[in-house]
Structure formats: C-alpha cells, structure tokens
Write a protein that binds this ligand. Sequence first.
Ligand code: HEM
Length: 253
Amino acid sequence: MGWKKSLGFLPYGKDFQRHRRIFQEYFSKNATNNYQSIQLREARLLAQNLAAGPSDLDYVLNRFSAAIIMGITYGQQIKSDDDPFVKLVNEVGIAFTHAGSIGANVLDIFPFLRYMPSWFPGTYYANFARKNASKVRRMYDYPFEVVQEQMSKGTAKHSLVSYYTEALNSGNDLGFEFDAEDIKGAAATTYMAGTETTASSLSIFILAMILYPDFQTRAQEELDRVVGVDRLPEFSDRPSLPYLEYVLHETLR
Ligand code: HEM
C-alpha cells in the first residue's frame, strides 16, 4: 500500500532506529508539555460538542483526536467538518483497517501473489493494496507540501513537520541523519497511531462510565470539589485529581 518509512512496518535496522529517535525526541515527556494548549483547546470544543446534545459520538470523538494530532504533527487547525485533509486521512484510515491482518495475511505467507493479476485466486488484498496506494502516497505528500508552502511564506505553525524540515534546511545539527521521506513517513505514522487509538479509548471511557455510574459520581464529586463549577479544568489541576487519574489509568489499561 506504500507505507514506506513507517515505524509500524519497518524491519529492525537503521531506518527503524531513526524513526524511533524522531518520535522519542518529539514526544518526550518534556516536549509533550508544549502540546497542552492544543489539547486543551480541542478538549473544550469536545465538551461543547458533547454538551450540545445527541450527536454521532464516534464522529465527535474522532474529530477531537484528529484535530489534536493534526495540530501537533502539521500545525494545522481543523476549521470545518469537511476539511479536505481530514477526509483524506479518514479514507486512508478505512483502507488501513480493512487491509487484512498484518503478518497473518495470505500475502505474508505467499508474497509472490502480489505479482499476480487480479483474477488470480488469493489476490484480493494485493488488489486492495494497489487500489489504495495512491491515497497513502497522497497522505504522505499533501500535508507535507502544505507545511512547506506555509514555511516559505512564514505562516507555518510549529509542528513535527516544520521542526524536522527546519533542521534539515539549516544543515541538520540534531545529531542523526534523516531526509524528507523520513519526515513524511513519521508524520503519517503519528497520525495513524494517534487518531483511532485516542478516539477508541475515549469511547471505552464513556462505556465504562455508563456501566459503572458509581465511579462516575465519585470522579464528578472530585472535579466539583477541586475545580468548582465556575471554570473548566486546566492541566495544572491534574495533580489534585487523583481519583480521576485512576479512572484514566484504568481506561487505558
Ligand atoms: C490512547 C491512545 C493510544 C494507545 C492505546 C496506544 C497504544 C500503543 C501501544 C500499545 C504501543 C506499543 C508499545 C510497545 O509495545 O512498545 C504504542 C506505540 C507507539 N505509539 Fe501509541 N497509543 C496511543 C496513542 C498514541 C499517540 C497519540 C501517538 C502519537 C502522537 C502514538 C504513537 C506511538 C508511537 C510512535 C509508538 C512506537 C513507540 C516506539 O516504539 O518508539 N500513540 N502505542
């Protein structure tokens, strides 16, 4: 499908190590503090969307996680529901999750099948991959090009792509080698790794709160006691919300 230079599919070796390094640097514990403003902005929008009443829950949760990752990875803010980039990554996401099991696909067992014509038995996933490869390529190229254009105009916001591109353009003093394809692959991987995982975790949180309302009540009581009812929670409240922290850990577990 064209998932080149993507950590999830790289065999162990130099590329694999380089990509882990890109992620570990950009998503270190310290660095992630810089992304809190984006998370807070989108969390509040999510709260508004949820409070607005019945809506397509999956859609609202996906929009939330996509918006955060898009801000961090590409420095873009999702303004409308029919944002072309969101549409593209949703299509790629569907292609990704319908492409068969990784490592247990008939193509993994008989790799020669990928060279066979579409009428040949057992080539369903090879055809599927061929059909969707252009979308994956577009997901690598399109947002990267948007950021490059914004950088040349001086309007780009700080992001994973702008950070590593700047390093590349200024002679790269980060201490390890990488090129534009590495940046594209790391950015696309971040998007795929962070969107559905986050949205589905939130979905599980909501399910857990419905199934165990006593725990919801206790978490709500803690929030009301610590934050009050006149403002929304901030990241700085987090150390004072131990019960909520346990609920979060349990959700992730
Ligand atoms: C609640 C949401 C998430 C869940 C449940 C989740 C789950 C996981 C799991 C199980 C692993 C494998 C860990 C291991 O065995 O070493 C992993 C690795 C990874 N995840 Fe996530 N993830 C989530 C969110 C994210 C987000 C938001 C991003 C990007 C911003 C991300 C990027 C990555 C990367 C890059 C790795 C590979 C790390 C490495 O080995 O260097 N994930 N994730």
